[in-house]
Design a protein. Structure first.
Length: 287
């Protein structure tokens, strides 16, 4: 249901507080031309929590039209409210997106039983692929290994997990309890190679907004078991990967995208704020 590869966590460009669809089209075209497996729209990097319902739906519609079936398109559908997550999933399904990335509910800290029910309701509202998204640094909870097992066993369209931690032992434990065709995707660019060495199939990447060809080359080498070449590719782009979280993402990646002319403004919506001058200096040195 989901192939291995690079899935770009796409940034949402803003100018003067409004979404720039001209810049969004440029970002999407760049990803299509660079050979990524797919993009994730309206996720964390896309600043989904700051989008109105109308903006969210408009961005998803635009992405479907611009992708035109050339690569896979996934929608960020998670929420702190199960009904809202289900509603987003149904909308993404109806307009033709290929699947959904469902983050754990943030703020209200559900139990593992609560997570099973939350993800089960999302999965029941579509027959398209669902990627679980475990990111405890942002949501304060983690999808337990046994919870992943239960969901993979009971929901046929829950077919992958975005694992946004640095925990190799956890990846190994998940791999032990899930079906062979269930895909683990790194949620951190820096952990892509270690996770793939333990059986992961790729990455949902922030860095590929800027460096899609390089990320694709690295993951392709790792998929073929050529970790010497994968590591060589990683070392070329490590200085940028290392700075992408110098401040809260997507502040750094948007700054780099603007400097490279891929978007016209590095603007992020409140409450993210702006990069400090020290971070700007460090990022500019990379270019």
């Amino acid at each position: 249901m989901l192939k291995h590869g690079v899935y770009t966590a796409l940034a949402t460009p803003f100018i003067g507080g409004k979404i720039s669809y001209n810049c969004l089209s440029k970002l999407i075209d760049f990803q299509v031309e660079s050979g990524v497996s797919g993009i994730v729209v309206c996720g964390t990097t896309g600043e989904a929590p700051t989008l109105s319902s109308e903006e969210y739906e408009d961005v998803l519609r635009y992405a479907v039209e611009r992708i035109a079936g050339k690569i896979k398109g996934f929608a960020g559908v998670g929420s702190f409210d199960t009904k809202q997550a289900v509603s987003k999933t149904k909308f993404a399904h109806a307009i033709g997106l290929d699947g959904m990335l469902a983050v754990t509910p943030y703020y209200n800290k559900p139990t593992q039983n609560g997570l099973v029910e939350y993800f089960r309701q999302i999965a029941d509202s579509t027959d398209k692929p669902i990627i679980l998204y475990s990111v405890p640094s942002r949501c304060s909870i983690e999808i337990a290994v046994d919870t992943v097992r239960i969901l993979a066993d009971e929901c046929t369209n829950i077919c992958a997990i975005k694992e946004a931690t640095d925990n190799c032992a956890r990846v190994d434990a998940i791999r032990e309890v899930i079906p062979e065709d269930f895909v683990i995707l790194s949620g951190n660019d820096s952990m892509t190679i270690p996770f793939m060495a333990l059986g992961a199939g790729g990455v949902v990447s922030v860095a590929s907004n800027l460096l899609p060809r390089e990320m694709v080359a690295m993951v392709d080498h790792a998929c073929r078991g050529n970790y010497t070449s994968a590591l060589a590719e990683y070392r070329k782009i490590y200085p940028i990967i290392n700075k992408l979280f110098i401040e809260t993402s997507p502040l750094p990646i948007k700054h780099l995208l603007q400097r490279k002319g891929l978007i016209k403004s590095s603007e992020c919506r409140s409450p993210l704020g702006k990069l400090c001058e020290k971070s700007i200096t460090e990022l500019d040195k990379l270019l």
